[in-house]
Design a protein. Structure first.
Length: 169
């Protein structure tokens, strides 16, 4: 399958999964149990055998009900995973925007993905080998429980007495 077809297939699969998750599961946003604030942590990504794959850093800044979370992994092979999410924490968590960059040998294809939840827009920038950058931009009805870039935060807020929590990615 050509690279362009793979990217289109992934985008279509994302759209279908998002729509199916929104309609079939009727998932709800995760309620805020306590307000998020400042956070700065250092992470390590390792194989099951303990070999270091990447060093990471996670920061979080809160201004009122708006939180910016930034997760970066720098891989030993020079690859980069950089995810910056902005979300609100007024009553329940709601994604406002997410910007993800994946590039380098650890990833099959360099890609930059942006989600603007308020505009229901997803934009994917990608580049096939030896070709110029291509852009796919789609307007989709995104589910209210969209959790891209927020998983570390949401896990802290899941009620222990709730049997199952489902979010959309």
């Amino acid at each position: 399958m050509a690279m362009v077809e793979r990217v289109r297939f992934r985008l279509l699969a994302l759209a279908c999964a998002t729509l199916l998750a929104a309609s079939a599961l009727s998932a709800e946003r995760v309620p805020v149990r306590h307000k998020e604030g400042l956070m700065h942590g250092f992470l390590a990504l390792r194989t099951l055998e303990g070999k270091s794959l990447a060093d990471g850093e996670m920061t979080q800044i809160a201004e009122g009900d708006r939180v910016t979370s930034h997760l970066v992994f720098r891989f030993k092979d020079g690859s980069l995973y950089d995810d910056k999410a902005i979300f609100s924490q007024g009553g329940s968590f709601r994604l406002l925007s997410d910007h993800l960059i994946e590039r380098g040998p650890s990833f099959k294809q360099p890609m930059e993905t942006s989600i603007d939840a308020s505009a229901d827009t997803i934009t994917v920038h990608y580049k096939d080998r030896g070709e110029e950058e291509k852009v796919i931009k789609r307007q989709l009805k995104l589910p209210p429980d969209l959790a891209n870039g927020m998983l570390f935060t949401l896990v802290k807020h899941i009620q222990p007495n709730v049997p199952q929590t489902t979010v959309s990615l």
